[in-house]
Design a protein around this ligand. Structure first.
Ligand code: AP5
Ligand code: ZN
Length: 218
């Protein structure tokens, strides 16, 4: 299984990615998680990326494309992969296409903007694994603690309301065009075009999981 999860910040990409990667035994390639790991390790890339991420802007295409290219060389990508938060711009999608990276599906999770702010404000994450929870909608078994490791959960630095609003406008301008990019590619019927699936991201986490699996024929 080789797929892209597309959708605005807070759509539930990371939440659903955990179910899909487990089901298919494939790695999650989340450029956001990779950048946050670089920030935590204080690498030169991390120090540069942090300034951009804190404002809600996008890290440069060259950096992101290089990160993903290296990640795809790892042996665990042999049987498939799930892209979460990548591609996010037309040049990133073109880079994937030009490198002939195979894709079976693009799944778009649709959530209206008015629902996104409340999702982000209650989000808590486990930094080491990238697992996300929500204080009301998807709470951990024990407050502020990761279900799997028992380690502390934290709030993401870019989940402040004004940063979320900026991330949403960046999504509208730079990432939303990928909906057309991939759906019109699928419409050509070309054999290397991934199938395009659009699902509503409104409902419980479990309902969305069922929708996603159905969209993937699983
Ligand atoms: P990234 O980490 O990719 O963030 P994002 O796309 O903005 O998406 P989020 O992680 O915020 O949302 P999500 O869809 O994963 O939602 P989640 O499942 O957590 O990127 C961060 C930054 O890194 C970017 O701003 C940029 O600076 C940089 N970057 C990353 N990739 C880049 C790239 N390719 N190019 C350039 N720059 C890049 O869910 C959200 C909340 O909702 C959680 O609390 C969750 O518990 C809750 N929730 C989930 N499902 C439901 C449900 N069904 N009902 C109610 N609540 C729910
Ligand atoms: Zn995410």
């Amino acid at each position: 299984m080789r797929l892209i999860l597309l959708g605005p910040p807070g759509a539930g990409k990371g939440t659903q990615a955990a179910f899909i990667t487990e089901k298919f035994g494939i790695p999650q390639i989340s450029t956001g998680d990779m950048l946050r790991a670089a920030v935590k390790a204080q690498t030169p890339l991390g120090l540069e990326a942090k300034k951009i991420m804190d404002t809600g802007g996008l890290v440069s295409d060259d950096i992101i494309i290089g990160l993903v290219r290296d990640r795809l060389q790892q042996p665990d990508c042999k049987n498939g992969y799930l892209f979460d938060g990548f591609p996010r711009t037309i040049p990133q999608a073109d880079a994937l296409k030009n490198a002939r990276v195979a894709l079976d599906y693009v799944v778009e999770i649709v959530v209206p903007e008015e629902n996104i702010i409340e999702r982000m404000s209650g989000r808590r994450v486990h930094p080491a694994s990238g697992r996300s929870y929500h204080v009301t909608f998807n709470p951990p078994k024990t407050a502020d603690t990761d279900d799997v490791t028992g380690e502390a959960l934290v709030q993401r630095d870019d989940d402040r309301e004004e940063t979320v609003r900026h991330r949403l406008s960046v999504y509208r301008e730079q990432t939303r065009p990928l909906v057309d990019y991939y759906s019109s590619w699928a419409d050509t019927g070309s054999t290397d075009a991934p199938a395009y699936r659009q699902i509503s991201g409104l409902g419980s986490v479990d309902e969305i999981r069922q929708r996603v699996f159905e969209a993937l024929g699983a």
